[in-house]
Design a protein. Sequence first.
Length: 267
Amino acid sequence: MFIWKKLVNFIFLTIAIYEFMKYLSLALIVVTLISCTTTKSGKQNLSNPLIYKNKLQNLEISGVLNSTLPGAAQSAEFKIQLTNRDSGAVFIYGPFKMLLARLYATPDYFLFYNALSYEGFEGNPTASNLSRVMNLPLSYDDFGALIRGEVPSPPVTFIQDMSYTKDGKLLFESKNKIYSDFALIDAESGNLNQLQRKNEIGKMIFNVVYSSYKDFDGINLAQKIIFIFSDLNGSITVNAESIIVNQPFDKPFKFSLPGKLKINKLN
């Protein structure tokens, strides 16, 4: 009778251990799945690292702008304001916050005021036109995207180069008949580290390098952006000292030029 009782107890103990291990295994599987599908704060979902930053609506950046472009080598304070990728404003200041220049732009229109030369310009915000008025050889579309740390070409047009496996980076390419964009992405954070644009024969049009990323309310933004223009033998460096995200702007971007100022129209 004693042996039978011990046998029964052993059977019940074995069943209990089996049930416990079954539920423990199930719990471990659930935890593993959750940990694998959860994105850490401030990091993008790397299944599509080139997605637009939809949470980023209003963006204001201010700091110091350094230019090494020939004939325009200088340093000045700046403020950039962007609403999504739809419209933006740029202010350039001299000593004692004296306004030197001001730009209002949308994807198909820009208005520029040069306070030093007392000139006004308006027209289509192409790279050639913006280069002419403010030494910025980028279209407004490109400028707005790159300041936000996004690719200027549609993300769906990029294809990953699977042969590139250097330093924990991912390489993507978007090609059209005029140029190709090459985006270098940090594999861990999903941040855009570098964007190069080359023409149809492989010559560099511009090269943009990002560094000093910081999390602003769950949105990763670079505090230093270097625009390198090989053809012009120079660069423009954006050093952000203040970045404000998703705060309303107190004034509209569009402005009026001083009276009797001649406006030069650029197509």
